[in-house]
Design a binder for this molecule. Structure first.
Ligand code: SF4
Ligand code: MG
Length: 324
């Protein structure tokens, strides 16, 4: 399979009054064509900054490399980057109301998205807008074109955002918590829509979420982020059946059960450290029930635990090193 997006040794720093904050701190990830890759983690783990960095939409200072469709993203001019954003990569966010302009109709906004990357006549953009609304399952698209965003439900607004993102037939759709603001039934419909688009349009998806249920539903491969770094990466089945990192194990244990739909009693103690306060050693050590001396002193590296499965934890790397 062909690599579509490859980020290597990626770092995104913010200079603040409290010093330099590394929101993303040495991240490697690859997305192949036709694949859905999830980045999962709690808020503050660096997952949203990672996706904004891929689109070069972050205010932070970026180091490392980003290769998208054989292009060196960090070397492009802003003008070239706008073309990439309009035509090849598109993004949808958690709250569609903040990305839709309340004073313009749905039709105006979709047609604007279409015109941004293709020269078309007025009647052609209208036709294409209707076609896109149909593609994302919006009923009565001819009428919806003349509605304002506040007249639509949250689920319908998210469909409109997806229609706008699909206007350019992107190779990669980056979806940051696309269903978090929606209720469970609508959430399932939007996820199904994204699956359909992936199948019919061949779009690869980078899905940012805190929700392992969404990961299970959607992803081929998953990277778990903690403290600005990936702590585990593997295929989705392995993640749920054989998680290696104590943080991943904790996330899985604290998932709601299917039968009761309530949170189990387990939850990971403590919270994600603010990015400025990163200590030496393993970043998860203050919350880890397996922490040993070495964990407090040295940062473990992301290493293979089996084929196609990496983890950043001394429980797995120390055993190897003792043998040497
Ligand atoms: Fe826990 Fe140590 Fe592994 Fe960190 S390196 S997750 S503290 S066992
Ligand atoms: Mg976020």
């Amino acid at each position: 399979k062909r690599k579509l997006l490859e980020m290597k040794s990626l770092k995104t720093y913010f200079h603040t009054s409290e010093g330099v904050i590394p929101a993303v701190d040495g991240l490697d990830i690859t997305i192949y064509e036709g694949e859905t890759v999830g980045i999962v983690g709690e808020s503050g783990s660096g997952k949203s900054v990672t996706s904004l960095t891929a689109m070069r939409l972050t205010q932070g200072k970026v180091e490392g490399s980003i290769t998208f469709d054989d292009k060196d993203i960090l070397a492009l001019s802003e003008k070239e980057m706008r073309t990439v954003r309009g035509n090849e990569m598109a993004m949808i966010f958690q709250e569609p109301m903040t990305s839709l302009n309340p004073v313009f109709t749905i039709g105006d906004q979709i047609r604007e998205a279409i015109r941004n990357h293709r020269k078309m006549s007025r009647s052609q953009t209208k036709e294409r807008a209707i076609e896109l609304l149909r593609l994302v399952g919006i009923p009565r698209p001819e009428q919806i074109l003349y509605e304002y965003p506040h007249r639509l439900s949250g689920g319908m607004r998210q469909r409109v955002m997806i229609a706008m993102a699909m206007a350019c037939s992107p190779k990669l759709l980056i979806a940051d918590e696309p269903t978090t603001a929606l209720d469970v039934t609508i959430q399932a419909q939007i996820l199904e829509l994204m699956q359909q688009l992936k199948a019919s349009e061949g779009t690869s998806i980078l899905l940012i979420t805190h929700d392992l249920g969404v990961v299970a539903e959607m992803c081929d491969r998953v990277a778990v982020m903690y403290g600005g770094q990936i702590v585990e990466e593997c295929d989705v089945l392995t993640l749920f059946t054989n998680p290696k990192h104590p943080y991943t194990q904790g996330l899985i244990k604290s998932m709601p059960t299917l039968d009761t739909n309530e949170r189990r009693l387990y939850s990971i103690k403590g919270s994600v450290p603010p990015p400025g306060s990163l200590r030496q050693g393993c970043r998860f050590s203050p919350r880890c029930e397996y922490a040993q001396d070495i964990c407090l002193e040295q940062l473990p590296q992301l290493e293979n635990v089996e084929a196609g499965h990496t983890a950043r934890c001394w429980l797995h790397t120390a055993a190897k090193e003792e043998v040497q």
